[in-house]
Ligand binder design. Sequence first.
Ligand SMILES: [Zn+2]
Length: 179
Amino acid sequence: MDRIHTRRYHRSVLAIEFIDTRLGPDLDDAGVTTRWLFHRGIRSEPTPADLAELARLQSTADHLLRTAVTGEAADAGAIDHLNACSAAAAVAPQLNWPVNGRPRMWLSTSGDSGAHVLGVIARSVIELLTGERARLRVCEAHGCRRVYLSASARRRWCSDACGNRVRVARHAARRQLTG
Ligand SMILES: [Zn+2]
């Protein structure tokens, strides 16, 4: 039985980072992906076949999260794929409580670690879509299109950098109108 340690890591954030072109794993590089997963409390060294499956899950997750923002109908095949990834991994939260230590959660898995990783990420997508869906946004700054969790209803960009670009673009547009 594998033991996979999970730190207190916001589960929903995992789904968003996984599809992010800047924060997400480089699925062409097994070493980089291993470290990316490790920093998120997931111990696994993906094989080339695992990386291909992760890439498939990435496009499924990307489609479903963007669909949640636009309100379009989700692709039935994408939903089936996500559910299959979640179902393929038998993961059980386990309590580890050392003497004089704090109780911590571990995830034990009896399946192979590639399926485990897919399951953990798929469940993060499910938790996000069924939990904080109302806070999901797609950045409106030109050329960004990043999916993010909004802290306020009025903010329509993912970062300060994108916010500045939106303001500069608005300013330029106003000057063109008045000048
Ligand atoms: Zn942005």
